[in-house]
Ligand binder design. Structure first.
Ligand code: PNW
Length: 483
């Protein structure tokens, strides 16, 4: 069977990156340390002791990397700005840092690629962490200062503004499990951090609106969340049902409910009752008016989707998958209630990260967002997969697994659009193999291969295929028999 799946006119086909993962140049032109510079120096925090000091050296190779986007027919490029580059030590603006992003935006505009800017993709200035980081309410206000510096410098070039990337990771991997910087393992501190992150988001939306960032002026302001589709492993087991509920509460609803309904979910109160951060319940962090600030309307919702989760309360390790190489702290729970959730394998294929491949979950997630929340237009701001790649003697990278992963998810996305969900773009994660956080350089998510010894870039087969999809604004034909 041969079917062509067309996407709506004006659909965005992009790739996404993040500053700390690709830029390198960690101490160049006035940049000062972020929490990731510090965390990568903690012995045992990162697989193989890797860090982002050099990464893909994108800071020095940016024009060539943007030329790759052109070659791949992309019409949008999502990048993040490094806070410690443009406000080093959270102090005054640093013109050299701002100039880099102005040049980046100009390179993109010159070749007709829409710049899509994320203000915070996890590189908090270390000085702010020293003052408590996201558990300190003041950080939300410092985020506003920084955001306005970036907006004032780049608003003449950039129309698409995203406040936060994946506050779940910043809050719960940063302050509860400690798998990400700053590496704190402080239980409900993650909820306090989540609230301050979302407060920072709302305050920035408010201030950008005041400065004219509205759709009337051709500007769009939004946020990117990583959301999951929790499924109880054994739906007949009340404990598994509750594990799936808790996963949903602390992954999805704790962000979507305040953002789109102006309240926190009721059930989490019982889950964390009696737990405190610095002697106080996390709800002490919520001041009058905060939820109104967080819930103000946005123009776009970015959804990052990698996998669904089969959730269980069972500790039976024989239900778990084969051991994959994981970073040292991956085992500690990211749930702020401290209770166990296990993720037994469901017999689905898995990627190099050990993440299950479940494209139908993307369709399900998008339908749920449409049905349960008053969401603005949605963009898939990240989706992709890590697999071990081999450069063959002919100089190519035949990454059929990645190509198939992207193909299946783009199909699942098309299915959601066909069923009436307003999705307007798809950004593949990621343009270049890069520093994959706690996994260091051991996981390759790029559609372009990077040889870290030479910094040579080689578009993989998936990139060439994606270029065809972007050019056609369609998937050429159904690939019967793919898995
Ligand atoms: C996202 N987890 O991170 C990020 O936005 C990217 O920077 C990252 O490279 C990409 O996904 C792939 O990991 C996540 O442990 C990191 O559940 C970790 C998790 C989820 C998302």
């Amino acid at each position: 069977m041969t079917t062509t799946l067309h996407f709506p006119d004006g659909f965005l086909w992009g790739s996404a990156t993040a500053s700390y993962q690709i830029e390198g140049a960690h101490d160049i032109d006035g940049r000062t340390p972020s929490i990731w510079d510090t965390f990568t120096r903690v012995p045992g925090a990162i697989l193989n002791g890797d860090n982002g000091d050099v990464a893909c050296d994108h800071y020095h190779r940016m024009p060539a990397d943007i030329a790759l986007c052109t070659q791949l027919n992309l019409n949008a490029y999502r990048f993040s700005v490094a806070w410690p580059r443009v406000r080093p030590d959270a102090g005054p603006a640093n013109q050299k840092g701002l100039d880099f992003y102005a040049r980046l935006a100009d390179e993109l505009l010159d070749v007709g690629i829409t710049p899509w800017l994320t203000l915070y993709h996890w590189d908090l200035p270390q000085v702010l962490e020293d003052a408590g980081g996201w558990t300190n309410r003041d950080t939300a206000y410092r985020f506003v200062d920084y955001a306005l510096t970036v907006f004032d410098a780049l608003a003449d070039r950039v129309d698409h503004w995203t406040t936060l990337n994946e506050p779940w990771c910043s809050a719960f991997l940063g302050y509860t499990s400690g798998q990400h910087a700053p590496g704190r393992q402080e239980g409900v501190a993650g909820l306090v951090a989540a609230h301050h992150l979302m407060l920072g988001h709302g305050l920035v939306v408010d201030e950008l609106r005041r400065r004219g960032a509205t759709p009337d002026n051709g500007k769009q302001v939004g946020i990117t969340l990583n959301l999951t589709v929790p499924t109880p492993i054994n739906p007949g087991d009340p404990d598994d049902l509750d594990a799936a509920r808790r996963l949903d509460a602390f992954s999805n609803r704790v962000f979507c409910d305040p953002l789109f309904a102006g309240r926190y979910p009721d059930d989490i109160a019982a889950d964390v009752s009696g737990l405190t951060f610095q002697g106080r319940p996390w709800t002490d962090a919520i001041a009058d008016g905060d939820l109104e600030v967080i819930a103000q309307p946005i123009d776009a919702l970015g959804v990052n989707f990698y996998h669904g989760d089969g959730a269980s309360a069972s500790a039976r390790t024989d239900l778990l998958g084969d051991e994959v190489l994981t970073p040292p702290r991956a085992a500690s729970p990211a749930q702020p209630d401290g209770r166990r959730i296990t993720f037994p394998r469901r017999g689905l294929p898995v990627t190099g990260m050990g993440w299950e491949v479940q494209p139908a979950a993307l369709t399900e997630l998008l339908l749920r967002l449409r049905d349960e929340y008053a969401v603005p237009p949605i963009y898939i701001t990240e989706n992709g997969a890590a697999y071990p790649d081999v450069v063959t003697p002919d100089g190519a990278v035949h990454d059929e697994q990645r190509r198939s992963f992207i193909d299946l998810h783009v199909r699942a996305l098309h299915d959601a659009i066909a069923r009436g969900v307003d999705v307007r773009g798809y950004f593949v994660w990621t343009l270049l193999d890069n520093f994959e956080w706690a996994w260091g350089y051991s996981q390759r998510f790029g559609i372009v291969h990077v040889d870290y010894a030479t910094q040579q870039r080689t578009p993989k087969d998936s990139a060439l295929w994606f270029a065809g999809v972007a050019a056609a604004n369609a998937l050429p034909e159904s690939r019967g028999g793919d898995t």
